[in-house]
Design a protein around this ligand. Structure first.
Ligand code: NUP
Length: 216
């Protein structure tokens, strides 16, 4: 996946009205948006197609799919039918669950991202002990897109080693969670950024400053 300016906007705003207000300002700088439960539970899956159509961008649905294979497949199918270009899938549930999402993606000509280790502090207890195994499982499955934390760059570097230089790695945790944009891009192909942009008094100004900082 190509990501303009290496920034994926996490569109975790509570309404379509807020989404439009923000996208009207920042869309010239972006071509990839991540939509998760906050917007979809408020406005429905239609928000995915609306954002795609109105802003001509790619949408990654962050549904952290983590169910049995049969249910995962239904979730992935309906997400792709709504127009999503990719879906984020948890790895800890195992290869069969992730495979059902991958098969759905292949059928629809779409993509999945495998979530390895999460970026928040709580991930250290249950996810960290298995996150490198999750990355290895993804490689065995032939998955080429991954999500890993910008808040623990040593771990992000290890994930990159496991998935190889040709895999596509996107990284949340920049800004409010403490990650540094430029340092993260030593290992990741693109950053996922939410609150630093949508909570800023001037989202365009902050976006421009992040873009400048990663181009230096
Ligand atoms: O490990 C993860 N950490 C994380 O923050 C996996 C994620 N998908 N996210 C998501 O990235 C999180 O749900 C939010 O949508 C975005 C980060 O937002 P922010 O911390 O920049 O506001």
């Amino acid at each position: 996946m190509e990501v303009k300016n290496k920034i994926i906007l996490a569109l975790d705003v509570p309404s379509m009205e807020k989404a439009v207000e923000l996208m009207d300002k920042v869309s010239p700088y972006l071509d990839t948006v991540k939509i998760g439960y906050p917007l979809v539970l408020a406005e429905g899956l239609e928000s995915v197609s609306r954002v795609k159509e109105e802003y001509d961008c790619k949408v990654i649905c962050d549904f952290k799919v983590a169910d049995i294979p049969a249910t995962n497949q239904k979730i992935a199918d309906v997400t792709f039918q709504a127009g999503a270009d990719a879906i984020i899938v948890h790895g800890f549930v195992g290869a069969d669950s992730a495979t059902s999402c991958l098969e759905s993606a292949n059928q629809h000509g779409k993509e999945i991202f495998l979530l390895t280790e999460m970026s928040h502090p709580g991930a250290s207890r249950f996810l960290q002990p298995v996150s490198m195994d999750i990355a290895s499982m993804g490689v065995e499955m032939g998955i080429t897109n991954y999500v890993g934390p910008s808040t623990r760059l040593d771990r992000l570097g290890k994930i990159r080693q496991i998935i190889g230089k040709d895999s596509f790695l996107i990284s949340p945790g920049v800004g409010v969670q403490g990650g540094n944009p430029k340092d993260t891009l030593e290992f990741a192909d693109a950053l996922i950024i939410g609150r630093s942009i949508y909570l800023a008094p001037d989202p365009v100004e902050i976006l421009e400053s992040i873009i400048d900082s990663i181009e230096l």
